[in-house]
Design a protein around this ligand. Structure first.
Ligand SMILES: [Zn+2]
Length: 389
């Protein structure tokens, strides 16, 4: 395999990508409270992104519902840079006032993942301006609703046939903290409700106790939990305890109205997180069989996904990370859901790597090390250049 003359290109790119423009864009995005839930300020956030893409001379800049799409370069082959512009709710309103403190930028979305959006957008523009995109394109995909696996983001693009199923690869700048995520767990999340009939405790023979009716199924679920936790993924994830497949019971549970009335309902949630080695349909059927007689409300149903670390895109990405950061990145499984799953389901190799840190994401003191933004941009630009030449 012929490799790019990384040093030469990377010094030019780094010069170009050291512009304060990425920091500025990140700050402007942080100042828009695109909190999800409930899905605030999507319009304003999308408009800011559109303006930036137009300013940087992207082609085919357009809105598709709440999503923003654009492309750079020419040719048939497309490498997708995809990221989400929604953020989890802030712990305080101050988090929407971006603040530079020393080497870090603080604010909601600084790590997850508005700095990543700035990096991937500027990386694509720089790669194009350096003449790297003559035999292929970078497709920019900016979506909301990632934090809740909601309907207006990648799911909407897929439903309209606009999700890049023909891509040669997909990268998403989630806050991976220096590693590459090549796999993620799937989720089967549901609420089970047993119905009963209320009656005064003194005449409980006239009622139907929904709580008591639900108990045998709860015991069976505990048996399943024991068995599920014996299954371990072969994907890399730390610590060792995180390898076990997951069944969590009762994240939310309620029953009845008072201690002296037979409960007329009993409901509880189940959050089953499957490893990439497990089958979604099989695991779902098993839960449903156990919950016969309950009303079932599906809250979430998402497949697991994995791209082999040895895939060429992973190898190229890893090499540029190592050369720019001086540290060989590990390939790990993401503990939560990842939008790579939408692309992996079409057989498109998909990886997450971004400037942010998972440890501070979603927390009250979210920040991103500022130098990581330009570094990530250079890594994305070099990876695209090598994939698309
Ligand atoms: Zn994220």
């Amino acid at each position: 395999m012929v490799t790019l003359h990384t040093e030469q290109f990377s010094s030019r790119l780094r010069e170009r990508l050291s512009e304060p423009a990425m920091l500025d864009l990140t700050q402007r995005l942080i100042a828009i409270p695109s909190e999800n839930p409930p899905g605030n300020q999507y319009e304003e956030c999308a408009r800011t992104l559109l303006e930036e893409l137009n300013r940087l001379g992207f082609d085919d800049v357009r809105r598709e519902g709440a999503c923003v799409l654009a492309s750079a370069g020419s040719g048939e082959r497309t490498l997708y840079f995809s990221g989400h512009y929604d953020v989890v709710p802030a712990q305080s309103r101050d988090q929407f006032q971006p603040r530079v403190e020393g080497a870090n930028l603080f604010g909601r979305g600084s790590s997850d993942m508005k700095s990543g959006l700035a990096a991937m957008i500027h990386a694509a523009a720089a790669a194009r301006d350096e003449g790297f995109l003559k035999n292929g394109r970078i497709g920019i995909v900016l979506v909301p609703d990632e934090e809740t696996a909601g309907p207006r983001g990648s799911r909407d693009l897929r439903a309209r046939g606009l999700l890049g199923r023909d891509g040669i690869g997909m990268l998403t700048p989630e806050p991976t903290g220096g590693v590459i995520w090549n796999a993620n767990r799937g989720a089967i999340t549901l609420r089970a409700t047993m119905r009963g009939k209320p009656a005064h405790v003194g005449r409980q023979f006239e009622g139907v106790n929904a709580f008591e009716r639900a108990l045998p199924a709860m015991t069976r679920l505990l048996d399943i939990k024991k068995e599920v936790e014996l299954r371990e993924t072969q994907h890399n994830i730390a610590p060792a305890a995180a390898r076990k497949s997951i069944l969590m019971l009762g994240g939310r549970a309620e029953a009845g109205t008072n201690f002296n009335v037979t409960p007329d309902f009993c409901s509880f949630t189940i959050d089953r997180r499957i490893n990439p080695e497990e089958k979604l349909e099989e695991e779902k059927r098993r839960l449903r069989d156990t919950l016969e007689g309950f009303e079932i409300e599906m809250l979430q149903e998402e497949p697991a996904a994995a791209t082999p670390a040895q895939d060429p895109l992973g190898a190229i990405l890893s090499r540029h990370i190592a050369s720019l950061t001086g540290k060989e990145p590990a390939f790990e499984m993401c503990p939560g859901l990842l939008e790579t799953r939408f692309y992996a389901a079409y057989g498109v190799p998909a990886f997450a790597y971004g400037p942010g840190l998972l440890t501070v994401s979603h927390g009250p003191n979210e920040f991103v090390p500022i130098r990581n933004i330009a570094q990530c941009a250079a890594i994305y630009a070099l990876t695209a250049a090598e994939m698309l030449r």
